[in-house]
Design a protein around this ligand. Structure first.
Ligand code: SAH
Length: 370
């Protein structure tokens, strides 16, 4: 394996994507249409097309004056995402899309249909600066932050695809997880604006339930506290992967800055502020972090902070090319969960949808240079 990437806290400055309707707050949308010489009520009409009809095509906007549709749409909806490739797997229940951004940067999102929900895994940054050595995106380094609209567009286009039968019959996008490429809390303001837009009722936003949205983080403690104070009911997931600092220092480089106990304290404060049960993400790696005693130590650390505030999501590692780590055996996985259960810590093994198309957790990286 080549030399490990380094942890990057400074975001590279690159050309910003053009300003888009979905970057704006509802008041800014009104200001934007007025600046285009339109009456204020246009903002609601335009928002209805975008968030309710999920369209940016001027031809669909028949309630706007015919000779102004084109100009309005091109001013408010500059194209941000172009689908380059779509790959489907799991009998058509998982669809990964590779998107090209305005500057040629590439990102991916993954749409997964379940019996009772449809979940979109969104990307918040092109690449990632957190340098976790077992994660494919972590190996790419950070290219740039996405804008709020680049995040919202992943959801708008996915919601339209669901409605239009991407899974064989019309479905509804119901859940969003920030578990695609990037560290969402390192792109705080764009992610917050995207969250508010996901949650705002139609036509001000996509009308998703906050409780159906999960923000996953390596554990940027000040940003966790900031998010806790926003008054949103979104779920926090903390990528812990080890209960001891020696191992976590290796697996999650940000642990050099915020230790296991500090990250867990912040997660508990998040629960206290929101009453939303926190998820602890734990990628099981054979012989690295999957020992029974580590399950006991994890349980002990969680219980020392209270009961009923947390849920553990172990997932077998999806090994990335060149990775020295492999997934735990099913027996070790079962033992790990059983140990947690013995301490009355709820744990559910997370599924590994899309692993054969490099669409599973931690496998999102851009392979081709076409
Ligand atoms: N940066 C954020 C969100 C993106 S990753 C975070 O780290 O939480 C989403 C989840 O996938 C994280 O829990 C991450 O640790 C996990 N992950 C990364 N690479 C993985 C891999 N190869 N196998 C299994 N899970 C992985």
């Amino acid at each position: 394996m080549s030399e490990r990437p380094h942890l990057v806290m400074e975001v590279p400055r690159r050309g910003k994507p053009p300003r888009h309707f979905a970057d704006l707050t509802p008041q800014e949308r009104v200001d934007a249409v007025v600046a285009l010489g339109q009456p204020t009520f246009r903002a609601k009409q335009v928002a209805t097309h975008y968030f309710d009809h999920l369209t940016v095509a001027p031809g669909d906007m028949t309630d706007l004056p015919a000779d102004e549709r084109e100009a309005l749409a091109s001013a408010l909806f500059p194209p941000l995402l172009t689908s380059v490739r779509e790959i489907s797997t799991d009998k058509g229940k998982t669809i990964k899309t590779l998107w090209s951004l305005h500057d040629g940067a590439k990102i991916e999102s993954v749409l997964m249909a379940y019996r009772d929900r449809v979940t979109l895994c969104v990307t918040s940054q092109a690449g990632c600066g957190m340098a976790c050595p077992f994660c494919a995106t972590g190996q790419m380094g950070l290219t740039r932050n996405l804008s709020a609209a680049e995040i919202v567009e992943q959801a708008r286009l996915s919601a339209a695809a669901c409605r239009d039968g991407a899974f064989g019959k019309p479905t509804r996008l119901s859940n969003v997880v920030f578990m695609g490429m990037g560290e969402p809390l390192a792109n705080y303001s764009a992610v917050l604006q995207a969250l508010r837009t996901f949650i705002a009722p139609v036509p001000n936003g996509l009308g998703l339930s906050a409780r159906h949205i999960t923000v996953s983080t390596v554990g940027l403690v000040p940003a966790i506290d900031r998010l806790a104070a926003e008054g949103l009911q979104v779920t926090l997931a903390l990528s812990l992967h080890a209960p001891d600092d020696a191992t976590r220092d290796e697996l999650v480089p940000i642990n050099a800055k915020w230790k296991v106990d500090e990250a867990l304290d912040a997660a508990k404060r998040y629960f206290d502020a929101t009453k939303r049960r926190v998820s602890i993400e734990y990628a099981l790696m054979r012989g690295i972090n999957d020992h029974g005693w580590r399950a006991d130590l994890l349980a002990e650390k969680l219980l020392s902070r209270g009961r009923g505030w947390v849920h553990v999501n172990p997932i077998p590692l999806n090994p990335t090319p060149g990775s020295p780590w492999t997934a735990s055996t099913p027996e070790d996985e079962r033992e790990f969960v059983a140990r947690l259960a013995a301490h009355a810590i709820p744990a559910t093994i997370r599924d590994t949808r899309g692993s054969d198309i490099d669409g599973a957790c931690g496998q999102l990286a851009i392979k081709e240079a076409t």
